[in-house]
Write a protein that binds this ligand. Structure first.
Ligand code: H79
Length: 436
C-alpha cells in the first residue's frame, strides 16, 4: 500500500485524511514508547458515579436509565475514603509501573475538574474534589506514570449527535451539533493535558460507537502531541492503529486473540502493545460479580502478555466510598510477591525469541532468554534453536537445569522438584554472537 506523503497530496487526490497523517513521533515520544514497553504491568481503574449502583460502568445503557434519572447519581457519590496514596501504594506493591484511570467514561461524567461543563465530580457531587489531581500528584511522588482513559463516546452530551450504536435510551433531543461535541471533547483533552503535569498518555475508547463519523482525529491527535509530545496515544477501536497513535491495545484478549466478538478482525500493528483484563468480570465496581480470577491465573496472564511482547493492564473498579475491595487487594498483593521475586523475567524484556505456545512463552533481555513453562506435563521440553548457542541454563532461583543443544534445537530437563505450578522459569544465557 502506498503511503500518503503529505496532507496536501491527500487533499489534491481528495483522499480523506487518515487520522494524523504524516505524524512523526518526537524522540521524547519514542523514548516514552521504550519506557512503556519496559514497564510491562499497569493498573487500570474504572471509577465513576456508576460505582454507586454496583452494577458496572455500562449500567446507564444496560438498564436504559434516562439522563434525568442518571443525573441523580452524582449526589450519592461521596468517596470520603478515597486515598490516592493507598491506590498508588497498592499498584506499586503489585509491581505495576503505571496507572490508567477513567477521566470520563461513556456516561459522559467528568471525574475531574472540567471547566467546559458542569457535569463533573467537582460541580455535582458532595465530594467536590478532583481525584485525578490527587492521583497525579501521588503518582509523581511515588514514581508511577499516569494515563487518562477518555471515552469519545458520550451518552450524556446532546451534541453527541447523530447517535451511535449505543446510548439510545438516554432521552436526549433528536438534535445536536457534532462539531460542537468535538470542540467539547478537545477542550476536555486540553484540560487533561494541561492541568495534571506530565501525562503518560491518553487511552481512548468508544470510537467504535460511530465508526463512520468524521471524528477529525487529526485535530485531536495533533492537539495532544502538541501539548505533550511524549504522551502516548492509543485507541481501543479494535482495528489496526491509525497514524498518530503511539501504542495499540487489546481488550480481554492477548494480541491477535479472538475470544471477544469485537476482536474478530483485530490485527497486530507495529506499535508497542498492551492488553487489558478484569479481575472478576466487571470493569466498574460490581457488587455481586464473584467470578474472581485466581492469583495464579493473573500471574500467568501477565507472563503470557510479556511473551506476546505486550503490557498487561489489570483492572480494578473501586467502590463508591473510594476504597478498593478486599478481594482485589489480596490478589494484587499476591501478584506483587511473585513480581518481586520473578520481575527480572518480565520488566525490561521483549517477547520472544520463540513465539508463544500452549506450553508457555519466552521473554528476552540482552543475551538472556527466559523460558516460562506454564503448562507442560513433561519435565523435558524441546525448544526450537535459539538465535545463538546456549551457554548455560538455570532456574530463576539459581539451580542448574540440564540442557542439550543440537540441530534439533534445545532440550531442557527441569528437576522435578524445581517445577513451579504457576510458572517454571528457566534462564538461558546465550553466546553474544550468532552461532553461525
Ligand atoms: O471501559 C471498558 C468497557 O466499558 C469498554 N471498554 C473497556 C475497557 C467497553 N465498551 N464496550 N465493550 C467494552 C464491549 C461491548 C461492545 C459492544 Fe459493540 C458495544 C457490543 C455492541 C456494542 C463494539 C461495538 C462491538 C460491537 C459494536
Amino acid at each position: 500500500m502506498k503511503r500518503i506523503a503529505s496532507p496536501l497530496i491527500a487533499l489534491a487526490l481528495s483522499i480523506p485524511l487518515v487520522a494524523q497523517a504524516g505524524y512523526e513521533p518526537t524522540s521524547a515520544n519514542l523514548a516514552a514508547r521504550e519506557w512503556f514497553q519496559d514497564a510491562r504491568f499497569g493498573m487500570f481503574i474504572h471509577w465513576g458515579v456508576y460505582s454507586v449502583l454496583g452494577d458496572g460502568e455500562w449500567v446507564m445503557n444496560n438498564r436504559k436509565i434516562p439522563i434525568s434519572d442518571y443525573e441523580k447519581l452524582p449526589a450519592f457519590f461521596d468517596p470520603t475514603e478515597f486515598d490516592a496514596g493507598e491506590w498508588v501504594n497498592l499498584a506499586k506493591a503489585a509491581g505495576m509501573k503505571y496507572i490508567t484511570i477513567t477521566s470520563k467514561h461513556h456516561d459522559g461524567f467528568a471525574m475531574f475538574d472540567s471547566k467546559v461543563s458542569d457535569y463533573t465530580i467537582v460541580a455535582r457531587t458532595p465530594y467536590k474534589k478532583d481525584p485525578l489531581k490527587a492521583l497525579a500528584e501521588e503518582c509523581r511522588r511515588q514514581g508511577l506514570k499516569l494515563f487518562f482513559y477518555y471515552s469519545q463516546l458520550d451518552w450524556h452530551n446532546p451534541d453527541y449527535f447523530p447517535r451511535g450504536g449505543t446510548g439510545q435510551d438516554a432521552g436526549r433531543p433528536a438534535q445536536g451539533s457534532w462539531p460542537r461535541y468535538l470542540d467539547y471533547m478537545n477542550a476536555q483533552l486540553r484540560e487533561l493535558l494541561t492541568n495534571y503535569g506530565d501525562i503518560a498518555g491518553i487511552w481512548f475508547d468508544g470510537w467504535w460507537d460511530k465508526p463512520d463519523a468524521d471524528w477529525q482525529l487529526d485535530r485531536t491527535y495533533s492537539l495532544i502531541h502538541q501539548l505533550q509530545p511524549a504522551a502516548l496515544i492509543g485507541s481501543n477501536h479494535h482495528r489496526r492503529p491509525n497514524p498518530g497513535e503511539d501504542f495499540q491495545m487489546f481488550e480481554k484478549d492477548l494480541p491477535g486473540g479472538r475470544s471477544q466478538g469485537f476482536n474478530q478482525g483485530s490485527e497486530i500493528g507495529q506499535l508497542p502493545l498492551e492488553t487489558c483484563e478484569t479481575m472478576n468480570g466487571a470493569w466498574g465496581f460490581n457488587l455481586t460479580d464473584r467470578r474472581y480470577k485466581s492469583t495464579a491465573d493473573l500471574i500467568r496472564y501477565l507472563v503470557r502478555a510479556a511473551g506476546s511482547n505486550a503490557n498487561f493492564l489489570l483492572n480494578v473498579g473501586p467502590m463508591p466510598n473510594g476504597r478498593i475491595q478486599p478481594e482485589f487487594i489480596t490478589r494484587l498483593r499476591e501478584v506483587g510477591a511473585w513480581t518481586a521475586k520473578n520481575g527480572e523475567s518480565i520488566y525490561g524484556t521483549r517477547g520472544g525469541p520463540i513465539a508463544p505456545h500452549p506450553w508457555g512463552v519466552t521473554t528476552r533481555k540482552g543475551n538472556r532468554v527466559y523460558v516460562h513453562v506454564l503448562d507442560s506435563p513433561d519435565p523435558s521440553l524441546l525448544l526450537p534453536a535459539m538465535p545463538s548457542a546456549v551457554r548455560s541454563a538455570r532456574l530463576i532461583g539459581g539451580r542448574t537445569v540440564d540442557f542439550k543443544s543440537g540441530d534439533f534445537g534445545v532440550v531442557l530437563t527441569v528437576p522435578r522438584d524445581g517445577i513451579d505450578p504457576i510458572d517454571t522459569i528457566v534462564v538461558l544465557e546465550l553466546e553474544p554472537k550468532p552461532a553461525r
